[in-house]
Structure formats: structure tokens, C-alpha cells
Design a protein around this ligand. Structure first.
Ligand code: ADP
Ligand code: MG
Ligand code: MG
Length: 876
């Protein structure tokens, strides 16, 4: 019979990954800690499979699970010498959610379960601590009412706040037993009013109510949003952990805390964390009291502090990774409540990986596999310019590094709305909660008035790789008036501010930034990655600036140089328009001859920077209408230049209009109709090379790429044109130039006819943006309107324009690769387009045995790392 319940320390024969699938991360790690004989309160885990069953069977729990749970409760009773629901020595438990991967704060936990009007008295008598008993009961009512009965938390919080106000105290700890007694009565009244029932007194009803609520929370809106953003499958489900309570709120020799074994912001090997004396559970992260730095524990609880340090070491050796732990101290005894691999900034991820290789905890290969390639992005982007003028308006905790500027917005929805309009925002909140996830995702950075380094905002921002300044006590937010005040400054919604999550500073306006430092540990990881990867990494670039950036980031060539981008320059666009609007080939040649010197010097600059590395130059590709004059003034300028009338130009524009330009007169079809265009471009390429030779610059080998080919005949004709031009220039300059001619595979027919096409091509470059567009028949530019529906309805797992559709587009790539290489063994294969910098797609390219990927300059290091990871994963 399938096992659905697992006692901590007795998860039998479960393998490592299986264990997380079934027990969830929290349960698996509690079991692991118990096995290491660390102090873990006894308990058991109900399998994720039960969650799946529950959600598919009308919220029913299998009988077997109920029976076995009873037995497990008895085991806990034996160990703790307490009894669930007992009137003299009651056992209390926590009911904790825990999915396969951590989803911080997304699902629910109920503490102190097993308390009712009678057991609370027993607890008081047993501990001789009436305040503690009542404090625990009121917490239980609050949590249970919120999680299980669906009563909003603020009803209870407001009662506490008002009460404290009347009594004239600030901290919860200043309330005594009688105060809580009164509040408990009020709490129960709220429950009665909202649910028309009394607060449940039966402990079994409480237990199954809480367990069901945890299963239900898997499908809460915020959990679903979180899964969508993080690509977590809906069918995984959550496990439930039932565990004996230990108490951090019994007095001054009690505490609760969270800690990391290394600094999750910088990666430095030092204890990092916070704790609160005489507190329970979420108090530390909730921001109701300001927690103390974990290091002060050395003074206040030295024995526990040393024990913690020892345990940290043990956990790091076991998990070979930085751990994020939760603990509670009850009457000077330490209890471990959770451990997991800690979320960290990319900077910390790199430092920790490199340090752990030095410490011989992990190998180079493990270090490479450990870093989330996508997260490198945050390291590669600029940081604040030290020399720039800064008007600092507030400061807070440096919760997640990086700098960001944007318009101030006070709500998650507004941040999301502005993102759709491509506007940068900084989300400013008193504190964030899981409901703000979508807005945090949309914003460039997050600023909060309350909360520490382990607050929700801080943890989530670090996870997302976004700058965050938390706990900036100086700012006073007024949500109603949509502004915040800090000292003499009043900042309204829409005003631009800059935050620096590395220093915790908040500045007025947009502060300029500088290039990142990619030396040190970063370069070490890159060197390792280069050692273990097979795929080459090139860049998509057509400007000298981008080309230089990409080279600095380690690009090994240019995989896509889009010549049309060079046409938009102000000085050239007139000639470009002349060329397009020309009626005769003569006029067109005249216009082209004006463009030639520009193109030539563009290529010269790029070839110089690339210093002998391969450069793929794509001949003109987009539909010509993109270049057409739009304003009357533009039209008049062209009319003068070409010496024809304004209305003639207008009618020519109408003639050129296309219903479906992406499938229209573009790509090689232009080269077939107007060979002189491609001829000019080739002339520019070869003459630039001749110049390089004259100036003794190392010659690059150009790879001349003909776009949008679908038949062998097209490339045959256009290849001839390139060869003729090359011959002419080689002869006139009496030099020998090595070059390749190839094509982009971006139409399904081209993939299918790859064998014929390869006859005339030295290389293929998969233009996966267009190939995705033409394979699905979905326009890239219009898909925004319905893509979300497709993701929501699980038709698409991920946006196919972001991560390659392996089953369809990938199949075409495989076909083309196979058929192309059948014709020509030496055929060079690469991919260009957005997918080249997407780690999942890079992994596909490795599997598909391509030679290189090409991506935008800032993604080059990401692709280098992803390529190494892909290779190592394949070998595993
Ligand atoms: P989350 O997944 O949101 O972190 P947890 O299940 O870890 O939720 O519970 C939150 C906090 O509640 C824990 O950090 C711990 O402080 C407290 N807690 C949970 N179980 C127990 C327990 N058995 N005894 C004491 N405190 C507990
Ligand atoms: Mg936890
Ligand atoms: Mg294309």
C-alpha cells in the first residue's frame, strides 16, 4: 500500500529528490535534520499526494490518512509526555504547509493548535505562566480564524492596536494575562459574528480544519500567481507537517529567530540573522517588533549561540549549501524548526559557490550548476555612478543590491499597469505581503518603510534579483493622498526616485549609473564555465558600443549583425528613402552609392573591434515600408532630393503598402527584386575588409547571411551575387578574402528543404524569433493580446518567444540540422534571436548539437554559463 504519512526521522527508503516530491521541502528537511539527530520537535508529514487527492475529490481526506494520523499523534504524545486535548497537560501542535520548492509566505501555517477554553487553563496551570497561555491562545484564534475560517487578519489586529492605545502601551509584550483574556473574548465575538458559529473547541475538528486549509491554500490566488511567475507546476501540491509546538514566548529565556549560515546579500562567510526574545513564530518577519541582530545572541544566550554555530556547520557540510534556518529557544533549550537552501543575491550566489570550491565542499562543476544563469542579469547591469550628484532623501536597510530608478507607485496593481506601458516604477509600501507579488515583479525596485533584512520585501526582492531598500523608518507613507514624506521632501505618485539596494539610500530623481565590475569571483565562474562548455557564444550587435560591451563580456564573435539598424541614422535615412522610392534601377543605384561609404565605415569599425573573430552580417531583411517617410516634411525632403512631386511620392508609398508586411516583400525577396541593394552591402563588407588589410588589422572572416530563404533557388541566385561581388573586389584590390555565405532558417519550408539549401550554404543560423512566428503562425507583435490566455489555459507552458518551443520549433531545428549536415558535414550551425540568451533554450541548443548561440550583449555571460550547465547536465 502506498505510504502517505511519514514520521520525521522515518522517511524510509525515499531518495533525495523523491523525498522532496512527496514530503515537500520543509518536511524532507525536517526529516533530514531529525536523522542528523539535531533537536527537532517530533512530528509527521502528510504526503503531497494527499493534497492532489484532496483537490481532485471534493476536498475529501482519505480515511486511511485520518487513521494513521491518529497513530502518529499518539507517538508525539508519547515522546512529549503530553496529550492532545488533555485537560491537565495538553499537547499543542503546529500545522505547517510545505511544497517541493519553497514558496515563502504563499501558503499557510497554524500554530498552537489544540488550545480551547479548557486546555488553555491546563496550559496555564502546568506552566504557571498565565500570560504565556493566554498569549498562545489568542495567537491561535487569530491564525486559525484567518487561515481556516477566512476572517481577515486586520479585524483582530485593530482590536489589539486600539487596546494598546487605550492602555497607553506600545509593545505586545507589555500586555498581561488579563489584557489577553479580554481580547480573547473579543476575538471570539468576531468569530461568532463572522461565521455565525462559536470558535471550534474540539481539537480534532481544529486539526482537520487546519490540514484542509493548508491543502486549500495551494490553490489560493497568491499561491497561483507565485507559481505562474516562477514556473512551478500546479500539480505538485503541498505536503502538511504536523509538529509538536515548542515555545519561544514563555519568558526571557525564550526566543525565536531566523538565520542564514552565510550573508545572503554579499555571500560573506558570517552569521547573518535576527531573533526576538520572548516571541513566537512570525514575530521576527512580521515587523511588529524590531528584531535584534543574531550576533548579540553571543552575549545574551551564549550557550545557545555556540550550539547554533555548530549546527550551522553541520548543516552546511550535509547540504553543501548555504542554509536558511528557523529556530526557537524554549527555556534555554534550542529547537530547530526549519532548514532550506537560502535564497541569495546573484552576487552572493557567486561568492558562495567560489568559496565553497575553495573550502572543498563542492567541485567546480557543482559550482557552475548551482548558479541561476538568469540571475546573472542583475550583476551585469549598471550600478550607481559614485561621482554623480545625489540628493539623498531617505535611507533604510540595504536589503537587496543593485540600483533602480523609476516612478513612485504605491500599489502593486498600479506598478503592473505601468509596466504594461513600459514605464519603470519603484513600488513604495509600508511593508509588503504576498498579495504584492505581482507588483514587486513588475516594479524595478522596492522601497518599504518597515521590516528588516529578513522581511517579506527583502526576501522576495533578493529572490527576484531586484533592488530593495527596506525598513526606511524616515518615510511616512500616505496611501490615501498617494504620497510619502521624508524630512522636508514630499514625493508624490509619479515622481521619479532612485534606490540603491547596496547602500540602502533613496535619492531624488534619476541618478546616472556605471558599468558593473565583472572581475574577481565572477570572472572565476566564467573561466570555469568556459572550461566546461562546448557551445560557442556570440553576440547580436551592430553598433561599436554594443560590440565592445559584448567583447568585454566574452563574446566569441558576432552571430547577427543587422544591417538595417544602420539605416535609421538621421544622415542616412534620406538616402535610404530615396533608394526605396526610386522607380528605376538607375535612381536606386545612385541612392545606394550614397549609402555605401556609411555601411563601409560601420563594418570597418565592427571588424576592427572583433579583431579576427567571426562576424555574421545579415543582408537587408525588414519590409521596406519600415523606412518610409511618415510626415509631410519628410515627404517633401525626398521629393526635392529625387526631383519628383510630392504626390508622386505619396502614390509610391501607397503602392508599397502591404497587408501583411511580415510575410511580404522582405528578406531575400528584396535581394531577388533589387539585387543592387545586396550588391552594395556586399561591396561595403569586402571593401571594409580591404581597408582592414591595408591598416594591418587582423581580418575577420565574414559570414554573409541571406535572410528569409525558403527555397534552394533563392540562395543559389543570391550566393552567386555575393561571389561575383567578392571576386570583383578581390581583383580590383588584388587581395584574397576568406568569407562564407549562408542563410537564416526562419521559415518551416527552409527547415524541411535544408538538404537542398545546404548545397549553397556554408552555414545556417536559426532565426528563432521568426521561426517561432512562422511555425505557430502567431505574429510576435500581436501575440501580447492573447498570450496570457494561452499561458493561463496551459496551452503554452511558457511564452514560446522567450523559451524555445522544443516540440514544434525545436523539431524543425532538429530536422534542418540533420538534413543540412547530411548534405554538408562541415555546415556550421547557430541560433540567433532572443532565445540565444535564454538558459532553457541554450540547453536545447546543446542537445540539438548546434555550434554556437548568439544573444544580446548583456546576456553573453548568461549564455556562457548556461552553455556550461547544459553540457554538464547532458553528461550527467
Ligand atoms: P513558513 O513556510 O511561512 O515559513 P512555517 O511553517 O515555517 O511557515 O512556520 C512559520 C513559523 O512558525 C516558523 O518559523 C516557526 O517560528 C513557527 N513554528 C512552526 N512550527 C512550530 C513549532 N512546532 N513550534 C514552534 N514554532 C513553530
Ligand atoms: Mg518557515
Ligand atoms: Mg527574421
Amino acid at each position: 500500500m502506498e505510504k502517505l504519512i511519514f514520521r520525521f526521522n522515518n522517511n524510509g527508503s525515499l531518495g533525495k529528490t523523491e523525498s522532496k516530491d512527496i514530503l515537500g521541502g520543509k518536511g524532507a528537511n525536517l526529516a533530514q535534520m531529525a536523522k542528523l539527530k539535531l533537536p527537532v520537535p517530533p512530528g509527521f508529514t502528510i504526503s503531497t499526494k494527499v493534497c492532489d487527492y484532496f483537490n481532485k475529490n471534493n476536498n475529501k481526506i482519505p480515511k486511511k490518512v485520518i487513521q494513521q494520523s491518529k497513530k502518529e499523534i499518539q507517538i508525539i504524545e508519547k515522546i512529549t509526555k503530553k496529550k492532545f486535548g488533555d485537560l491537565s497537560n495538553p499537547l499543542l501542535v503546529s500545522v505547517r504547509s510545505g511544497a517541493k520548492v519553497s514558496m515563502p509566505g504563499m501558503m499557510d501555517t497554524v500554530l498552537n493548535l489544540g488550545l480551547n477554553d479548557k486546555t488553555v487553563i491546563a496550559l496555564k496551570n502546568k506552566t504557571s505562566n498565565g500570560r504565556f497561555a493566554k498569549d498562545s491562545y489568542r495567537r491561535f484564534i487569530q491564525m486559525y480564524s484567518n487561515v481556516v475560517l477566512g476572517i481577515e487578519a486586520h479585524f483582530f489586529e485593530e482590536l489589539i492596536d486600539n487596546y494598546k492605545l487605550t492602555k497607553g502601551v506600545i509593545q505586545d509584550t507589555e500586555l498581561d494575562e488579563n489584557d489577553w483574556d479580554g481580547l480573547i473574548k473579543n476575538f471570539k465575538d468576531i468569530v461568532k459574528e463572522k461565521t455565525k458559529k462559536n470558535f471550534p473547541q474540539n481539537v480534532d475538528e481544529q486539526l482537520w480544519g487546519a490540514i484542509s486549509a493548508v491543502f486549500l491554500s495551494w490553490n489560493s490566488k497568491r499561491a497561483k500567481t507565485y507559481r505562474k511567475i516562477n514556473y512551478i507546476p500546479d500539480h505538485w501540491g503541498t505536503a502538511v507537517n504536523v509538529q509538536a509546538m515548542v515555545f519561544g514566548n514563555m519568558g526571557q529565556d525564550c526566543a525565536t529567530g531566523v538565520a542564514f549560515t552565510r550573508n545572503p546579500s554579499t555571500g560573506k562567510k558570517e552569521l547573518f540573522g535576527e531573533y526576538l526574545i520572548n516571541a513566537q513564530g512570525e514575530d521576527v518577519v512580521a515587523g511588529t517588533r524590531t528584531p535584534q541582530n543574531i550576533l548579540t545572541m553571543g552575549k545574551f544566550m551564549p550557550k545557545i549561540f555556540n550550539q547554533l554555530k555548530k549546527i550551522f556547520k553541520q548543516l552546511e557540510i550535509k547540504y553543501k549549501n548555504m542554509q536558511d534556518i528557523e529556530f526557537t529557544v524554549e527555556n534555554n533549550k534550542l529547537w530547530m524548526l526549519q532548514t532550506r537552501s537560502g535564497k541569495r543575491t546573484s552576487k552572493a550566489a557567486i561568492k558562495i559557490a567560489v568559496d565553497m570550491v575553495k573550502e572543498k565542499l563542492i567541485t567546480e562543476k557543482e559550482a557552475i550548476l548551482r548558479i541561476d544563469a538568469n540571475m546573472l542579469d542583475t550583476l551585469l547591469h549598471p550600478t550607481l555612478d559614485e561621482n554623480a550628484e545625489k540628493k539623498i532623501i531617505a535611507s533604510g536597510l540595504p536589503a537587496s543590491p543593485g540600483a533602480a530608478s523609476g516612478k513612485v507607485t504605491f500599489s502593486a496593481d498600479e506598478a503592473e499597469r505601468l509596466k504594461e506601458q513600459l514605464q519603470d516604477t519603484i513600488l513604495v509600501r509600508v511593508e509588503t505581503s504576498p498579495e504584492d507579488i505581482n507588483g514587486m515583479h513588475a516594479a524595478k525596485g522596492i522601497l518599504t518603510a518597515r521590516g528588516g533584512m529578513t522581511s517579506h520585501a527583502a526576501v522576495v526582492a533578493r529572490g527576484m534579483g531586484k533592488p530593495c531598500v527596506s525598513g526606511s523608518g524616515e518615510i511616512k507613507i500616505n496611501y490615501e493622498k498617494k504620497l510619502f514624506i521624508s524630512g522636508n521632501f514630499e514625493i508624490k505618485e509619479g515622481d521619479t526616485i532612485t534606490i540603491d539596494g547596496g547602500s540602502g539610500k533613496v535619492m531624488l530623481g534619476e541618478v546616472p549609473t556605471v558599468k558593473p565590475d565583472i572581475s574577481g569571483d565572477f570572472s572565476k565562474i566564467m573561466i570555469w564555465a568556459d572550461k566546461y562548455r562546448k557551445l560557442k557564444v556570440r553576440t547580436n550587435s551592430e553598433t561599436p558600443t554594443d560590440t565592445k560591451t559584448a567583447r568585454d563580456f566574452g563574446a566569441e564573435g558576432i552571430g547577427l549583425c543587422r544591417t538595417e539598424h544602420m539605416f535609421f541614422d538621421e544622415k542616412r535615412i534620406v538616402s535610404v528613402r530615396e533608394m526605396i522610392l526610386s522607380k528605376t534601377s538607375e535612381d536606386r543605384k545612385k541612392a545606394l552609392s550614397k549609402l555605401l561609404p556609411y555601411q563601409k565605415s560601420d563594418f570597418f569599425e565592427i571588424f576592427k573591434i572583433m579583431n579576427g573573430l567571426p562576424v555574421t552580417v545579415r543582408l537587408l531583411d525588414p519590409p521596406l515600408h519600415e523606412f518610409l517617410p511618415k510626415t509631410d516634411k519628410d515627404i517633401n525632403d525626398i521629393a526635392d532630393e529625387l526631383d519628383i512631386s510630392h504626390s508622386d511620392i505619396k502614390s509610391r508609398i501607397i503602392e508599397l503598402h502591404e497587408q501583411n508586411p511580415m510575410l511580404g516583400h522582405r528578406g531575400c525577396r528584396l535581394g531577388i527584386s533589387f539585387p543592387e541593394i545586396y550588391q552594395m552591402q556586399c561591396q561595403a563588407i569586402f571593401e571594409a575588409l580591404a581597408d582592414c588589410k591595408k591598416k594591418k588589422i587582423k581580418l575577420v572572416i565574414p559570414e554573409i547571411m541571406i535572410p528569409l530563404v525558403s527555397t534552394a533557388a533563392e540562395i543559389q541566385i543570391l550566393r552567386n551575387l555575393v561571389d561575383e561581388t567578392a571576386n570583383k573586389i578581390q581583383k580590383s584590390h588584388s587581395i584574397k578574402i576568406k568569407y562564407y555565405v549562408g542563410t537564416m532558417i526562419e521559415l518551416p519550408r527552409a527547415a524541411l528543404r535544408a538538404k537542398d539549401i545546404a548545397k549553397y550554404a556554408d552555414f545556417f543560423s536559426f532565426g528563432t524569433n521568426d521561426l517561432t512566428q512562422t511555425t505557430f503562425g502567431i505574429s510576435r507583435d500581436d501575440s501580447g493580446k492573447f498570450l496570457n490566455d494561452y499561458v493561463e489555459n496551459k496551452i503554452f507552458n511558457k511564452d514560446p518567444f522567450v523559451s524555445i518551443d522544443e516540440r514544434g520549433v525545436g523539431e524543425l531545428i532538429k530536422i534542418a540540422t540533420e538534413r543540412g549536415r547530411m548534405q554538408k558535414k562541415s555546415l556550421k550551425l547557430g541560433i540567433c534571436g532572443e532565445h540565444g540568451g535564454d538558459p532553457t533554450s541554450v540547453e536545447f541548443c546543446e542537445k540539438a548539437k548546434l555550434n554556437y548561440v548568439s544573444c544580446s550583449p548583456y546576456r553573453v555571460p548568461i549564455a556562457r554559463l548556461a552553455a556550461a550547465q547544459a553540457y554538464l547536465k547532458k553528461k550527467k
